[in-house]
Design a protein around this ligand. Structure first.
Ligand code: PEP
Ligand code: MN
Length: 409
């Protein structure tokens, strides 16, 4: 199958990830926990893309720095699971591992892995990426359209109102710059860079899409621009690290409170032996309470080893809880983890480089709280995720205002 992305795009993204390590840009990565075959539609892709654009505008305008937009999209299908089996009403079946492997329905048939799913996931990724590329360069993402990127809730919610006010200011700024002589045809005003990413979990799939770049002779995994290694597969002597160190894409590694400082230093040395800026992001996901206890030790160890990484906060995966039988996350805890992440870096004089969120453009009820005050009894009304609970559009936008307020300092 043809590559989905081009090696030169990975190099551009690597330069941007390097800028995020020094505070010259900020990394915004977001999307579904797991993409699915059944929720695949143009409208959903557009809505996810649009919320990410809106969040980026809030962060650029409010925070005053460029924002690198990266979707957990066009390839985010494979899921690591804590348990091999799932038991419901005394019946045990193999766990769902993402649509690229088996089906989510709780039947013995659905849970049998089917290799044809690999091809379907590839094809869906290609179609998704094709539309995203069209949105990015075809005018949809033009800054003069900030007012038009309206979602249904915009007029009603507090975040929506805040966004519309800010969009009005961006409009004024664009009019000002146009009056000063900037051409409305300037690509800066009409296009955006958008990248795609997923967890490099399924090595058979990733290896099949890995090829040698004819310009540099380096090997790139052409299934996505940015790939990360999950918390469950980051063993120093494991296959995932061995695969990842051989590809030249910019990489991420998820890190929980279980990570020891010396282990992190070894891991970074393995994945980035030349200490290339922008090669590696450490994606911290510890839970709001652990960040103050565990992150400073990790940051200091990396600093002392002279290693350059981009620090990114994933405030989702350490704050999962169960409520009325649903897996959920409280908006307040998610925000608290981002806040702690900024605080620790501020105290140490290091740089908070970005955020990694599970979110959607849909008006779902999967995470509790936030401006829309989703309560425990609301969870059942629109709980649509195939894996972990996502921030809805309103909660995601609210998060971008919070991040912008921290970037301003
Ligand atoms: C994920 O990003 O969906 C995930 C499984 O994360 P982690 O590896 O951090 O648990
Ligand atoms: Mn997840």
């Amino acid at each position: 199958m043809p590559p989905l992305i081009f090696a030169g795009e990975c190099r551009n993204l690597q330069a941007k990830l390097a800028a995020c390590a020094t505070g010259e840009a900020f990394w915004l990565q977001g999307g579904d926990c797991a993409e699915s075959f059944s929720h695949f539609s143009a409208n959903r892709i557009r809505d996810s893309f649009r919320v990410l654009l809106q969040m980026a505008v809030v962060m650029i305008y409010g925070g005053g720095i460029p924002v690198v937009k990266v979707g957990r999209l066009a390839g985010q299908f494979a899921k690591p699971r804590s348990a091999d089996m799932e038991t419901i009403d005394g019946i045990a079946l193999p766990s769902y591992r993402g649509d690229i492997i088996n089906g989510s329905e709780f039947t013995a048939d659905a849970r049998i892995p089917d290799p044809r799913r690999l091809v379907k996931a590839y094809n869906q990724s290609a179609a998704t990426l094709n539309l995203l590329r069209g949105f990015s360069s075809g005018g949809y993402a033009g800054l003069q359209r900030v007012m038009q990127w309206n979602l249904d809730f915009m007029g009603r919610s507090d975040e929506g109102q805040q966004y519309l006010e800010l969009a009005g200011q961006v409009d004024d700024a664009i009019q000002f710059m146009t009056a000063c002589g900037m051409s409305p045809d300037n690509p800066l005003m009409n296009e955006t860079d958008f990248y795609v990413s997923h967890e490099a979990l399924l090595l058979d799939y990733e290896a099949a899409l890995t090829r040698e770049d004819s310009t540099t002779g380096l090997w790139y995994d052409c299934s996505g621009h940015f790939l990360w290694i999950g918390e469950r597969t980051r063993q120093l002597d494991g296959a995932h690290l061995e695969f990842a160190r051989g590809i030249a894409n910019p990489l991420g590694v998820k890190v929980s409170q279980k990570m020891e400082p010396s282990e992190l230093v070894s891991l970074i040395a393995t994945l980035n032996p030349e200490n290339t800026p922008g090669r590696l992001a450490v994606i911290v996901r510890m839970g709001a309470d652990q960040v103050h206890k565990k992150l400073p030790g990790l940051v200091r160890a990396v600093q002392q080893a002279g290693q350059t990484v981009t620090w990114i906060s994933d405030p989702m995966h350490g704050n999962t809880e169960s409520c009325n039988g649903y897996k959920t996350r409280r908006y307040d805890r998610v925000r608290a983890e981002v806040e702690a992440f900024f605080d620790v870096h501020e105290a140490l004089g290091t740089v908070p480089g970005g955020v990694h969120l599970e979110m959607t453009g849909d008006n779902v009820t999967e995470c509790l709280g936030g401006g829309s005050s989703i309560e425990a009894t609301d969870l059942e009304s629109r709980y649509h995720t195939f894996c972990d609970p996502r921030l809805n559009a309103e909660q995601a936008l609210e998060m971008s205002f919070f991040v912008a307020s921290r970037l301003r300092r």
